[in-house]
Design a protein around this ligand. Structure first.
Ligand SMILES: Cc1cc2nc3c(=O)[nH]c(=O)nc-3n(C[C@H](O)[C@H](O)[C@H](O)COP(=O)(O)O)c2cc1C
Ligand code: SF4
Ligand code: SF4
Length: 365
């Protein structure tokens, strides 16, 4: 069986899955529940100077593994975390990462208190709404504590790589990529109002819909900084999603939406499925997968036409490949005879990707 342990900033995790900051990590009880369900680590809800008061309602499921939220930071006070929640996590079966936001003043206020707490905190994660605050926050966290520091970036910042470079130069030990995507807006058409409460109904998206954005960001960071540990966070819903993140260079995986929607048992199930996937593909560990796709992420376009293969025995005559062709290039005739109008076909690749049985394949799809 593959060994799914990973090392993150010098701290060993029994598997790569981390409960990222959010409702599941609202306090010690929630974090212990994640650990008991298989999460190797958990990032606390973000500690700020004042406890959050959230708009109501503030989370909505869009279906298919995607959510929107207008939830703020931790609704428990720093004092409660320091005096009750962290002490209640001593001896817990997982790595505790304290999330700290959102300004340098707040880091200067809270980080020394976390340094005094010490055990069970093993790492800090600094997070902000504003890109300009990140570098001073990382510097302050490094100056005021001995913890490894992760810098959590937002996919919503325009000059993301500048922020990453700045945080690493300021001493960040790793990057968490990334926070939820937004702002977005969802209207409830029965009430003609935004579905969530908050300024202008603006919300932030998480879960399956944002995964390709996060894969691209993780790849950009890891191409630039191949040795920096990156916690890929955003839209990981299956073990295969985690593999995709490792392939673009991730070291560990953060998840909030999938275990919220599917239940916290998601952690153990997904870690087991990851081990099975690694075994089936001849890998001994996530580290062996790490960065494998990066050499193929290069500038330039391939313009050679596709070569298609059709296996009539596997074809169920569902017709999907025919339906999706905008150029009407594909025809399925009586007796499972597949015809392709090669003049009309643009080699876009779509028909191959909708075939449910792999009856239709191509050389590079
Ligand atoms: C309801 C909700 C609340 C969240 N609260 C926080 C938070 O307090 N601090 C933080 O850094 N990230 C917060 N996040 C962002 C998540 O940690 C994570 O970065 C994001 O949801 C993408 O991961 P996912 O697709 O696995 O959910 C929150 C996400 C959700 C869905
Ligand atoms: S590759 Fe694209 S254009 Fe060609 S048959 Fe398939 S869907 Fe049509
Ligand atoms: S999508 Fe696949 S199974 Fe369906 S008709 Fe086309 S080749 Fe056959």
């Amino acid at each position: 069986m593959a060994d799914v342990r990973v090392s993150l900033c010098g701290v060993e995790l029994r598997n790569p899955f981390i409960a990222s900051s959010g409702p599941l990590t609202y306090g010690a009880k929630g974090i212990r529940r994640c650990f008991a369900a298989g999460a190797a680590a958990a990032v606390t809800k973000t500690l700020c100077k004042l406890p959050a008061e959230n708009p109501i309602p503030h989370i909505v499921s869009l279906g298919k593994g995607t959510m929107l939220n207008t939830e703020k930071w931790a609704d428990l006070s720093v004092q409660q975390w320091v005096e009750q929640e962290f002490p209640a996590l001593r001896g817990a079966d997982g790595v505790v990462i304290a999330s700290l936001g959102h300004t340098v003043e707040e880091v200067e206020l809270i980080a020394p208190q976390l340094a005094r707490v010490g055990d069970p905190i093993r790492m800090l994660e600094v997070v902000s709404y504003r890109a300009v605050d990140m570098v001073p926050m990382v510097k302050a966290a490094k100056r005021l504590t001995d913890f490894p520091v992760l810098a959590k970036i937002s996919p919503n910042w325009p000059d993301l790589m500048e922020v990453v470079d700045g945080c690493l130069a300021a001493g960040a030990d790793g990057i968490t990529a990334a926070d939820s995507l937004g702002p977005v807006l969802h209207i409830d058409i029965e009430t003609a109002r935004p579905a969530l409460s908050g300024d202008y109904g603006y919300a932030w998206m998480s879960g399956t819909a944002i995964k390709p954005v996060i894969v691209r960001i993780v790849a950009d960071i890891c191409r630039r900084h191949p040795d920096v540990p990156v916690v890929a966070t955003g839209g990981v819903t299956t073990a295969e999603d985690a593999v995709e993140m490792f392939m673009v260079g991730a070291t560990a995986i953060g998840a909030q939406t999938a275990p919220m929607l599917q239940g916290v048992s998601w952690f153990e199930k997904t870690a087991n499925k990851l081990a099975k996937w690694l075994d089936a593909h001849g890998y001994r560990s996530p580290a062996e997968v790490r960065g494998r796709a990066l050499p193929a992420i290069v500038p330039g376009e391939d313009k050679r036409p596709l070569t298609f293969f059709f296996d009539a025995d596997k074809c169920t005559e569902c017709g999907r490949c025919v339906t999706v062709c905008a150029y009407e290039a594909r025809h399925l005739e009586e007796g499972k005879v597949m015809r392709l109008d090669t003049d009309a076909c643009r080699s876009c690749g779509l028909c191959v990707t909708v075939c449910p049985t792999e009856a239709l394949t191509a050389d590079r799809v």
